[in-house]
Ligand binder design. Structure first.
Ligand code: UFG
Length: 327
């Protein structure tokens, strides 16, 4: 069996990656502390419960499975929370990743796929972002991810650690078979919050800021379907297996939608009213984050097939109506 260690495999993106790995013939070993992840989401390989900062536990897991690669998803990922409690983000994300990288190197597991973010770019006036744009994060979450990119770079130079870094734009949607989906506790992401508001599971959605310098005053984001996103990870893994070296790829659809546009598409897809109110800006939010890169397409051969707002909302809605996890 060819094992891949998937940190955060019980989380939203990690669990979808496990499904994709399983379909591609690998056995995903989930390593997750279950603080934000869900045991119910681990369906495609074994679960090893442990913390990123627990070096002894990591060493044991590397020893037991001899994985050919690490896919590192485990992280705290809320922009707003990171502004209120940056220390948690530096400890969990940065220190945790450092311990993981050291354990991987010592176990001679030299292929590393890292889940980074376009939040590392920060504010760039009306620019479509490519991988060479300067990284100037404006929130602690983005800063923590940029720091991990630097650690990977250093360990590559010192220990020959091969890595692919994916800078995600806004991930949405769910497994079309609804075996797994997006479920955070507490929830802060636009699409699941909106679906909750639509079917009355929570009060109206609040639009965070209507005075941004965009055509309708609300923030613009580039949404990418989680199934397309995890497909890119399989291609990234094969890239490393084929010895192609370190590379950074943006993963986005290249099209931006404002919060109001997402609301309008959700109304159309679900055929329901979206209750919303308008509120102040959320600290740490960039005006616009849209990918302007075709590198993943050109070099990895990545062809997103589900990343339209309609499909993302339809798949998220299907999961929302049928699926949930229990603690
Ligand atoms: N938004 C609202 N109301 C809400 C929630 C969100 O108006 O109740 C707005 C936000 O202000 C933002 C957009 O909807 O403009 C998307 O917000 P999300 O919280 O869904 O996503 P973020 O853009 O803040 O962050 C997400 C991930 C990060 C990742 C980032 C990249 O959570 O991990 O996308 O853009 F880095």
């Amino acid at each position: 069996m060819t094992h891949v260690l998937v940190t955060g495999g019980a989380g939203y993106i990690g669990s979808h990656a496990c499904k994709a790995l399983r379909s591609a013939g690998y056995t995903p070993v989930t390593y997750d502390n279950l603080v934000t992840g869900w045991e119910d989401a681990v369906k495609f390989g074994p679960l090893e419960q442990g913390d990123l900062q627990d070096r002894a536990c990591l060493d044991e897991v590397f020893e037991r499975y001899s994985p050919i690669a690490v896919m590192h998803f485990a992280a705290l990922s809320q922009v707003g929370e990171s502004m209120q409690d940056p220390g948690r983000y530096w400890h969990n994300n940065v220190v945790g990743s450092l311990v993981l990288i050291e354990a991987a190197v010592e176990a001679e597991c030299q292929n590393f796929v890292f889940s980074s973010t376009c939040a590392t770019y920060g504010e760039h006036d009306n620019v479509l972002l490519d991988e060479d744009c300067p990284q100037m994060p404006i929130n602690a979450y983005g800063a923590s991810k940029r720091a991990i990119e630097d650690i990977l770079e250093n360990f590559s130079a010192s220990h020959g650690l091969n890595h692919v870094i994916f800078r995600y734009f806004n991930v949405a949607g769910a497994d079309p078979e609804a075996e797994i989906g997006e479920f955070h506790q507490p929830e802060t992401h636009l699409v699941p919050l909106m679906l909750d508001a639509i079917d009355g599971k929570r009060d109206a959605l609040t639009i965070f800021g209507t005075d941004y310098d965009t055509p309708d005053g609300t923030c613009i984001r580039d949404y990418v379907h989680v199934m397309d996103l995890v497909d890119a990870h399989i291609l990234g893994l094969k890239w490393l297996e084929n010895g192609k070296g370190n590379r950074i790829f943006n993963l986005g659809s290249g099209t931006g939608f404002s919060v109001r546009e997402v609301i309008e598409h959700s109304r159309a897809v679900t055929n329901r009213v979206v209750p919303f109110t308008e509120g102040p800006r959320r600290p740490g939010d960039c005006t616009k984050l849209v990918s302007g890169s075709v590198r993943a397409d050109r070099e990895l051969g990545w062809k997103p097939s589900r990343s339209t707002l309609e499909m993302m909302i339809a798949d998220a809605w299907r999961w929302h109506q049928n699926g949930h996890y229990d603690r």
